[in-house]
Design a protein around this ligand. Structure first.
Ligand code: AMP
Length: 437
C-alpha cells in the first residue's frame, strides 16, 4: 500500500514524503479515504498508530478544496484534545502536513497568556487545535466564533471523558453548526464513548485498528517484584547498569514525581518531572531537554504524559502501577512506537498486587515476573493500602471538599477553570440524554 492510492493531493503527498514516510499505517489507509468522502468516522486507535496524520491529511485536503478566495479566515476545522501537550503536538502535525498549502492554523490551551491568542484569532485562522477549557474561555470572552466549523475532531475522546470534560464538550457542540463532519478517535470503547458517538456521529464509518486494550505486540513487558522502599534504588541501578539513555517513568502522584526526580538527580542521573502543577513553560522545556537527550529520565504522571510524542522511546518504567488498568495500556503505548522495539518495566511492591491482577485481567494474560538479584522482596513486609492520587478528585466533589473554606477563597476557586490535571474526573459519570445540551 502506498500513500499515492489514497486520493491525497500532490501538496500533501509532498509533505508526507518530506517526513520520510514510505507507506501509510493501517489507520491512515483506512481513515483517509473515508474522511475525504466527507463521512463521519469512529476510529479505535491509540497514540502511536499514526492517527494524527490519519485525520490531519484528509482534513487539510477538504478545507483546501473549499477555501474561500477572499474575506477574513474563519475557523472551519476544530480539533479538540484532552491535554495541552497533545494539542501542541497535533498543531505541530497540522503545520508539518499543511506546509505546502495556504491554510492557517493555531493552537490554544490554558496555562499561557490569553491576549496573544486573542490577537491571533482576530487575524483569522482556518484550523484550530484546542483543549476544551481555554476554548470556552475564549467563547465566554467573545473572542472566538465557531459558527463556520465544517469539521470537528475529538482526539483521544476516551481520555477527555476520563478527565471530566463531557460538560465542556457538550457546551462546545452547542456552538457548532448542525451540519458538519465529525471524527471521533478513541483508544478504548467504553459505554460512555459509545453514548457520545451515538449523539455526535451521523452514520459513522467504524474502524478499529489498534486492538482495544491490547498493547502493541512489539513492546516487551516485565514485572520486577521489589519492596516499596527499594524501588528508587532499583530504578537507579537499572538505568545505570543497563545504560538506559532515555527513560519515561510513571508515578501515581505529582508529589511522587517531584520526589523521585530529585532523588534520581542525587544518584547522578539527570532527570526532570512533568505534571500538571508545572507551568506550561517548564513542561515544554522538560520535554525538549528529554528529547534532546539532556535529561535521561523524565518522570511523569499519567495525565501529563498522555499524548507525548517521543520518537523511538526505548524504555517505559511503571514506578508505581496506575489505579486504572487502562492507564497501564496508555503508559506502555509510549514505547515501541512506529515500528520500534520497546521495553515496559513495572516495579511492583506488595501493596500493588491487586492493581497488577486488574491489569492482567484486562490484558487477558499473565506478565512475566523476574526478581532482580539483590532486590528480592522481604517476605515479612505486609501490604499497606494505596493512598488515593492527589490528582483524581472528581469535579463533582470539589465543592464538598472545600465546604469549610472562607467564601472568598471558594469564589476564587470557582472562577478558576481547572486545567486538565485538576479536571480529571469520574469516567463513569453517565451522559445526559440531550443531544447538544
Ligand atoms: P500518532 O499516533 O499520530 O501519535 O503517530 C505516532 C508516530 O508515528 C509519530 O511520531 C508520527 O510522526 C509517526 N508516523 C505517522 N505516520 C507514519 C507513517 N506512515 N510512517 C512512519 N511513521 C509515521
Amino acid at each position: 500500500m502506498s500513500f499515492d492510492t489514497l486520493g491525497l493531493s500532490a501538496e500533501l503527498l509532498r509533505a508526507v514524503a518530506d517526513q520520510g514516510y514510505s507507506e501509510p499505517t493501517p489507520v491512515q489507509s483506512r481513515a483517509i479515504p473515508v474522511i475525504l468522502q466527507g463521512k463521519d468516522l469512529l476510529a479505535g486507535a491509540q497514540t502511536g498508530t499514526g492517527k494524527t496524520a490519519g485525520f490531519t491529511l484528509p482534513l487539510l485536503q477538504r478545507l483546501n478544496a473549499t477555501a474561500p478566495d477572499k474575506g477574513r479566515r474563519r475557523v472551519r476545522a476544530l480539533i479538540l484534545t484532552p491535554t495541552r501537550e497533545l494539542a501542541a503536538q497535533v498543531a505541530e502535525s497540522v503545520d508539518t502536513y499543511g506546509k505546502h498549502l495556504p491554510l492557517s492554523s493555531m493552537v490554544i490551551f490554558g496555562g499561557v497568556k490569553i491576549n496573544p491568542q486573542i490577537a491571533r484569532l482576530r487575524a483569522g485562522v482556518d484550523i484550530l487545535v484546542a483543549t476544551p477549557g481555554r476554548l470556552l474561555d475564549h467563547v465566554s470572552q467573545k473572542t472566538l466564533d465557531l459558527s463556520a466549523v465544517e469539521i470537528l475532531v475529538l482526539d483521544e475522546a476516551d481520555r477527555m471523558l476520563d478527565m471530566g470534560f463531557i460538560r465542556d464538550i457538550r457546551k462546545i457542540l452547542a456552538l457548532l453548526p448542525k451540519r458538519r463532519q465529525n471524527l471521533l478517535f478513541s483508544a478504548t470503547y467504553s459505554n460512555d464513548i459509545r453514548q457520545l458517538a451515538d449523539k455526535l456521529l451521523d452514520r459513522p464509518v467504524l474502524i478499529d485498528v489498534a486492538l482495544r486494550n491490547t498493547p502493541a505486540e512489539r513492546v516487551s513487558q516485565v514485572i520486577h517484584p521489589v519492596d516499596r522502599e527499594r524501588k528508587r534504588e532499583l530504578l537507579s541501578f537499572m538505568v545505570g547498569s543497563q545504560n538506559w539513555r532515555q527513560v519515561l517513568v510513571f508515578t501515581r502522584t505529582k508529589h511522587g514525581a517531584n520526589r523521585l526526580s530529585q532523588q534520581l538527580e542525587k544518584d547522578g542521573i539527570s532527570s526532570a518531572a512533568i505534571h500538571g502543577n508545572k507551568s506550561q513553560g517548564a513542561r515544554t522545556r522538560a520535554l525538549a531537554d528529554f528529547k534532546r537527550g539532556e535529561v535521561r529520565v523524565l518522570v511523569a504522571t499519567d495525565i501529563a504524559a498522555r499524548g507525548l510524542d517521543i520518537d523511538q522511546l526505548p524504555h517505559v518504567v511503571n514506578y508505581e502501577l496506575p489505579n486504572v488498568p487502562e492507564d497501564y495500556v496508555h503508559r506502555i503505548g509510549r514505547t515501541g512506537r512506529a515500528g520500534n522495539e520497546g521495553q515496559a518495566v513495572s516495579l511492583v511492591c506488595i501493596d500493588e498486587h491487586k492493581l497488577l491482577g486488574d491489569i492482567e485481567r484486562l490484558l487477558k494474560r499473565d506478565l512475566s515476573r523476574i526478581v532482580i538479584p539483590g532486590y528480592e522482596p522481604d517476605p515479612s513486609i505486609r501490604a499497606e493500602p494505596i493512598k488515593p492520587r492527589s490528582n483524581t478528585r472528581p469535579r463533582g466533589q470539589a465543592k464538598s471538599l472545600h465546604n469549610n473554606r472562607p467564601a472568598r477563597v471558594k469564589a476564587k476557586e470557582n472562577k478558576r477553570r481547572p486545567g486538565p490535571e485538576k479536571a480529571k474526573g469520574n469516567s463513569r459519570r453517565p451522559l445526559q440524554s440531550s443531544r447538544h445540551a
